[in-house]
Ligand binder design. Structure first.
Ligand SMILES: Nc1ncnc2c1ncn2[C@@H]1O[C@H](COP(=O)(O)OP(=O)(O)OP(=O)(O)O)[C@@H](O)[C@H]1O
Length: 274
């Protein structure tokens, strides 16, 4: 289970989604969806394929305009903002998408320096120096700075993409399937890195995942998307106990049981005997 949350400057939630509606033509993806991300927490967002996890993430970061409802971020309601105000808020986000994280024609140092040059207007030399600091923060060796994405393993690419998402010291980190495509050891190392960085830097995390190990290892709370809304959001043990077919299959199928055993260090039999 993740370690204790760091104490934030305020107890206000960092994201408040209320009454969210998203549609594509006649297809309703979200209907009156409510969700809150508390300051300093890692919130895992799960649900069956097509339940709208990515659309929810995109609605919050401003890539999809909701059809109705409000998204409040860091105390500000997004749909009341003009373009300049919106881009100021968006600078406080770090986003790591499943695909297309890095530019293949730039080495890692240049990739991570880019937002620092474009948004923070740093001179190239300073930006690249900071980029090397970020790369070491995510556990990459100094020589990785001059390597190109295609020469790296999947795990190194994810770390580099995380370094880029952290370039502007975000308040909120959005991750879409960060451990997809990683082997179990690489995925576990990424989960641990995420918790360590959150503890050290104090950001809040909105994490879309299918990875049960990530839910157990890194998330403070878990939100389940189903029936066009958030069906339940709570600590993982309570979510796993919810009376719902998808939740029971997901958390108590063979993979769910294995993930639970790996993270509690006890078997279900031991629990039954208690
Ligand atoms: N740009 C779009 N145009 C039309 N329909 C879309 C668009 N983006 C998403 N959808 C639809 O919205 C629904 C939710 O998509 P979304 O990608 O958010 O699901 P998801 O829960 O992230 O799924 P998965 O776990 O498979 O990644 C799907 O039915 C999808 O086809």
């Amino acid at each position: 289970m993740a370690s204790d949350k760091p104490t934030g400057q305020s107890n206000q939630p960092v994201i408040k989604v209320r009454g969210l509606v998203n549609r594509f033509g006649a297809h309703v993806v979200h209907e009156n969806l409510d969700l809150t991300l508390e300051r300093g927490e890692i919130l895992g967002v799960v649900g069956g394929s097509g339940t709208g996890k990515s659309v929810l993430l995109r609605s919050i970061v401003g890539l999809k305009r909701p059809n109705d409802g409000t998204v409040e971020v860091l105390g500000t309601t997004l749909n009341e903002l003009n373009e300049t105000q919106r881009s100021q808020i968006e600078r406080r986000f770090g986003v790591l998408f499943q695909r297309g994280a890095l530019f293949s024609s730039l080495n890692l140092q240049e990739n991570i320096a880019l937002p620092l040059i474009e948004h923070a207007k740093l001179p190239r030399e300073d930006a690249e120096h900071l980029a090397r600091v970020k790369l070491s923060l995510v556990g990459l060796p100094p020589q990785a700075a001059l390597q190109f994405p295609e020469s790296l393993s999947g795990g190194m690419v994810k770390r580099a993409a995380l370094a880029r998402a952290l370039a502007l010291d975000p308040d909120i980190l959005f991750l879409d399937e960060p451990t997809a495509g990683l082997d179990p050891i690489g995925a576990a190392a990424f989960d641990q890195l995420l918790v360590t960085l959150r503890d050290a830097l104090g950001f809040s995390v909105f994490l879309v995942t299918h990875d049960l190990d990530t839910l157990y290892a890194a998330c403070d709370r878990v939100a389940v998307l189903s029936q066009k809304r958030v069906l339940v959001v709570d600590i993982i043990d309570k979510v796993a106990g919810t009376d719902d077919e998808w939740i029971q299959d997901y958390f108590h199928g063979p993979r769910g049981r294995a993930a639970q055993r790996a993270h509690t260090g006890s078997s279900n039999n031991a629990n039954v005997q208690e």
